[in-house]
Design a protein around this ligand. Structure first.
Ligand SMILES: [Zn+2]
Length: 101
């Protein structure tokens, strides 16, 4: 997984195209991520103690990682990520500005 929790990402396809958000969760097996406040869908909920009237809540739905691009914290652009191995340690690097993400 090239994307990690707390990465800033840009959505590159779908109804939220162009929007940015922060990765809240990653699901490596499914190759999906959950981005706070994005890719929301409306879910009908039944009456419960927390929601005595029931109703509709907006829940973020996981996105496939192929639909997002990571925003480099250094050059502030949506970039491709590469890897660099130095002293046996693997780091992610921004392919544009070459800094470690
Ligand atoms: Zn960069």
């Amino acid at each position: 997984m090239k994307i990690k929790k707390n990465d800033k990402v840009t959505i590159q396809t779908g109804k939220d195209k162009g929007k940015q958000g922060v990765v809240e969760k990653v699901y490596p097996k499914q190759n999906t991520i959950l981005v706070t406040g994005l890719n929301l869908y409306k879910k009908h909920v039944r009456k419960s103690e927390q929601m005595p009237k029931g109703g509709i809540v907006e829940v973020p739905r996981p996105l496939n990682i192929s639909k997002v691009g990571v925003v480099c914290p250094h050059c502030k652009k949506t970039v491709r990520i590469g890897y660099q191995i130095e002293a046996g340690k693997k780091s992610r690097i921004c392919k544009k500005c070459k800094s470690i993400i």
